[in-house]
Design a protein. Structure first.
Length: 135
C-alpha cells in the first residue's frame, strides 16, 4: 500500500532535520578547529610534540587568548626552548620570573600585544599555559 502524503512529508522533514543537525555539528567541529589554530596564532612558538589541550578566546575592547599545551619534556627543556623562541622573530621576551615559571613577552610589530607563558613541571611532562592579550 502506498504511503500517505502526510507520512512522506513527515519523513522528509525528519530527514532534513537530522541532516541539518549533522551539518551544524560539522560546522561546530570546523569552527573549533579554526579557533584552536588561531589561539595562539600560527607564528607562536610550540614545543615539538606538544598537544593543545584547551583554549578560550574572549573578544571585546581587548582580545584575550588563553591556551594550554602538554609537552612530553622536562620543565627545564621547555623553559630553555620557550625563552629562545619568545625572543626571536616577531616575539620579544621582556621579562622572566623563574620562581613562578613565567615568561613575559610582547609582539615586536605590535607592542600592544603582550602575554605570559607559565610552565609547570609534571614529572616528565610540562604544562604550558599561554595568555596573549591584544589591546
Amino acid at each position: 500500500e502506498p504511503m500517505s502524503r502526510k507520512r512522506v512529508v513527515r519523513i522528509a522533514v525528519a530527514t532534513f532535520a537530522v541532516i541539518g543537525l549533522g551539518g551544524f555539528g560539522l560546522i561546530v567541529v570546523v569552527a573549533f578547529g579554526a579557533a584552536a589554530a588561531s589561539c595562539p596564532g600560527g607564528d607562536f612558538p610550540r614545543y615539538a610534540g606538544s598537544e593543545q589541550t584547551s583554549f578560550s578566546v574572549n573578544v571585546g575592547s581587548v582580545t584575550e587568548c588563553d591556551a594550554e599545551f602538554s609537552a612530553p619534556a622536562s620543565v627545564g627543556a621547555v623553559t630553555e626552548y620557550m625563552q629562545t623562541q619568545l625572543d626571536a622573530g616577531d616575539w620579544q621576551l621582556v621579562g622572566t620570573d623563574p620562581l613562578q615559571g613565567a615568561l613575559n613577552f610582547q609582539r615586536r610589530s605590535n607592542p600592544s600585544t603582550t602575554g605570559q607563558v607559565q610552565l609547570l613541571g609534571q614529572g616528565d611532562h610540562t604544562l604550558i599555559e599561554v595568555q596573549i592579550i591584544t589591546n
